[in-house]
Design a protein around this ligand. Structure first.
Ligand SMILES: Cc1cc2nc3c(=O)[nH]c(=O)nc-3n(C[C@H](O)[C@H](O)[C@H](O)COP(=O)(O)OP(=O)(O)OC[C@H]3O[C@@H](n4cnc5c(N)ncnc54)[C@H](O)[C@@H]3O)c2cc1C
Length: 275
């Protein structure tokens, strides 16, 4: 590793000021990606700005809806997850499990225990690894990514492999979304890392809108699958998914799987996500 200045900050305002003044500053969240990248000398920030002391960024809130004066837990609750919340904290959050269990189980199947106890949702979303799990959830749930400067809809945020709409020195502060009426996620995990070789997230909003987002498979990172969405809107069944011709065009081929195999996995994972 190169020498670097380490800063521990309590607020996003302090972090933003340090980022602006540093020659080449970077936010440090869980360090699960950044530290190995620095060890390999693929990143050499002059300043590391550690957000782990920011209590505001470590909160999960679930705002329940009232119907005829009675609190409901049947979808539509507004969920907000702070950027520094770890995957383990999401996995174990009882209130979130009540309104949106799929996000808890998704988080509980990321990597291994040490990755889950250090890695954060903000770090995952800022990194936008093409095989990461959260991007599929956030795209399908039509989530909003909150930063220190603005709110970005997930549909505008994920712009390609390891690429996002974040500007230099912009900090992710939280993620928000409405709990769906139905949410299902299944991935075919790489046996070594647990990253998704293909992951499919299916969501039905409380208004009945269906979205299907795929991670791990696209040449340009996470994407929505229009044909699966149209098919499931007409016929919410695994047999309907069976009839969809999933093209391998624009899918990844790498040492783990080729594009044709990934196309096959999309169909299999979509059927599993639905039941
Ligand atoms: C062995 C292993 C297995 C893994 N398996 C999976 C898996 O199965 N599924 C999966 O989805 N992920 C997986 N991951 C990724 C992991 O879960 C983390 O999400 C990921 O490493 C990034 O989160 P972090 O908090 O560690 O971020 P860091 O490593 O600290 O940061 C990553 C990048 O994001 C930037 N950043 C961090 N936080 C912010 C912020 N708030 N605002 C702006 N920029 C920010 C940093 O500057 C850096 O560029 C795995 C990682 C490892 C090492």
């Amino acid at each position: 590793m190169y020498e670097t200045n380490f800063h521990k900050v309590a607020t996003v305002t302090d972090a933003a000021a340090l980022l602006t003044n540093a020659e080449d500053g970077m936010i440090l969240a869980g360090g699960q990606t950044l530290i190995p990248t620095m060890k390999q000398r693929l990143a050499s920030p002059t300043d590391l700005i550690d957000l782990s002391s920011s209590t505001l960024l470590r909160k999960i809130s679930v705002e329940k809806r009232k119907k005829m004066g009675i609190l409901r837990v049947d979808g539509g609750e507004t969920v907000s997850i702070g950027a520094m919340v770890t995957h383990a904290e999401v996995a174990e959050h009882a209130e979130l499990a009540l309104v949106c269990p799929v996000v808890c189980s998704l988080a509980g199947n990321i990597g291994d225990p040490s990755v889950r106890h250090r890695g954060t949702i903000g770090g995952s979303v800022a990194n936008n690894d093409p095989a990461a799990d959260y991007p599929a959830a956030l795209l399908a749930l039509e989530a909003v990514i909150h930063t220190n400067l603005r709110k970005i809809p997930a549909s505008d945020y994920f712009t390609g492999m390891f690429s996002t709409a974040l500007n230099d020195n912009e900090i992710v502060t939280s993620i928000s979304f409405q709990a769906p009426d139905f949410g299902g996620y299944r991935k075919f995990a790489n046996p070594a890392s647990r990253y998704a070789m293909v992951g499919v997230f299916i969501s039905k909003s409380i208004k009945g809108a269906i979205s299907v987002a795929i991670t791990g498979a696209g040449k340009n990172g996470v994407f929505r699958h229009a044909e699966l969405e149209t098919t499931l809107t007409a016929d919410w069944s695994t047999s309907a998914i069976d009839k969809v011709d999933i093209t391998s065009k624009n899918l990844l081929s790498d040492i783990h799987a080729d594009a044709v195999y990934r196309a096959h996995l999309i169909k299999v994972m979509a059927k599993r996500a639905l039941v």
